[in-house]
Write a protein that binds this ligand. Structure first.
Ligand SMILES: [Zn+2]
Length: 256
C-alpha cells in the first residue's frame, strides 16, 4: 500500500490550502478551496487532477474557489450538511459518522461546531492525519462566530481524543500570534516557551509552522489545556468547569 501524499501551500493572506493524493486510485482532494488559482497552481505543480473538494465550513476564505474549480475539473464537492445551503456547488452532504472512501483510505467525518454552526473536520486514521479547518490552530482555536464556548469546548474535546501522533492540518498560519498569547496564560510552561522561540525562528525564515501534532498541542495549546489544574490555578478558576475556563481563555484572546 502506498502512503497518502499530502501537499500544503499558502493561499490568500494567511490561509493554507492542502491537497491529498492517493497514487493507486489517482484521486486528489483539495481540503477547502481558499483560492481557485492557488489550488490550480498546486495541482499543476504536483501534476495531479482534482477529483474532490472536502469543505470544512462555509466561510468565503474556505469556499471561494469551489465553483471555478468544479467548472474546470468537474470535481465532487463534499461538505457539512449542517450548513450545506452556504456551500457553493455542494454535491454531497456529510456529518458526524459519515465516511468517504478515498481510494484505499477511509475518511471519517467529525462534527466540530463552534467557529461555525456546521463546521466539520476530516480524519484519515490510516494516514494518522486530521484536517480541522478553523476549529483548532497551532496553540489556538477558531473564533466563536456561530457557537457557544460550551459547544466549542465539546468539539475540542472530540479532537483531543484522537491518537496523539495525529498530524493536524489547520486553515490558517496564526501560530506566532497564538504562541505569544499562549505564554500569557502559561508563562511557566517550559515546552511552550521553547515552542515560541522555535516558531519565531521559523516565521523569520518564512517557513510554515503547520502541520502540528496533537501531542504538541496537548502540551502547549491553552485552549486544549483548559481542564489542567495548573491552568485553572493560574486563572484563579480552581473549582470551575473546564468549559468555563475555556470560555475565559477564549474571551481573553478575543480582547488581547
Ligand atoms: Zn472560518
Amino acid at each position: 500500500m502506498s502512503a497518502l501524499q499530502i501537499h500544503q501551500f499558502p493561499a490568500r493572506t494567511d490561509n493554507y490550502g492542502v491537497l491529498i493524493h492517493d497514487e493507486a486510485s489517482n484521486l486528489t482532494a483539495s481540503i477547502d478551496a481558499p483560492d481557485d488559482s492557488a489550488v490550480l497552481s498546486a495541482l499543476q505543480e504536483k501534476n495531479w487532477t482534482l477529483t474532490h473538494i472536502l469543505t470544512t465550513h462555509h466561510h468565503a476564505d474556505h469556499t471561494a474557489g469551489n465553483l471555478r474549480l468544479k467548472e474546470i475539473t468537474n470535481c465532487t464537492i463534499i461538505g457539512p450538511g449542517g450548513e450545506a445551503d452556504k456551500i457553493p456547488g455542494i454535491d454531497s452532504k456529510v456529518a458526524q459518522g459519515s465516511t468517504i472512501e478515498f481510494g484505499s483510505f477511509r475518511i471519517e467525518v467529525l462534527d466540530t461546531p463552534g467557529h461555525t454552526a456546521g463546521h466539520i473536520s476530516y480524519v484519515i486514521p490510516k494516514a494518522s492525519v486530521a484536517f480541522v479547518g478553523d476549529t483548532l490552530f497551532a496553540m489556538g482555536c477558531g473564533r466563536l462566530f456561530e457557537g457557544t464556548p460550551k459547544l466549542m469546548w465539546s468539539s475540542l474535546c472530540k479532537l483531543r481524543e484522537l491518537p496523539e501522533e495525529t498530524k493536524i492540518y489547520c486553515g490558517h498560519e496564526y501560530t506566532l500570534a497564538n504562541a505569544r498569547f499562549a505564554i500569557t496564560i502559561e508563562p511557566q510552561n517550559e515546552q511552550l516557551k521553547q515552542r515560541l522561540e522555535c516558531v519565531e525562528a521559523m516565521r523569520n525564515q518564512g517557513q510554515p509552522t503547520l502541520p502540528t501534532t496533537l501531542r504538541e498541542e496537548l502540551a502547549t495549546n491553552p485552549f486544549l489545556r483548559a481542564g489542567e489544574q495548573t491552568v485553572k490555578d493560574r486563572l484563579g478558576m480552581q473549582n470551575e468547569a473546564d468549559w468555563k475556563v475555556f470560555a475565559e481563555i477564549r474571551s481573553r484572546k478575543d480582547n488581547a
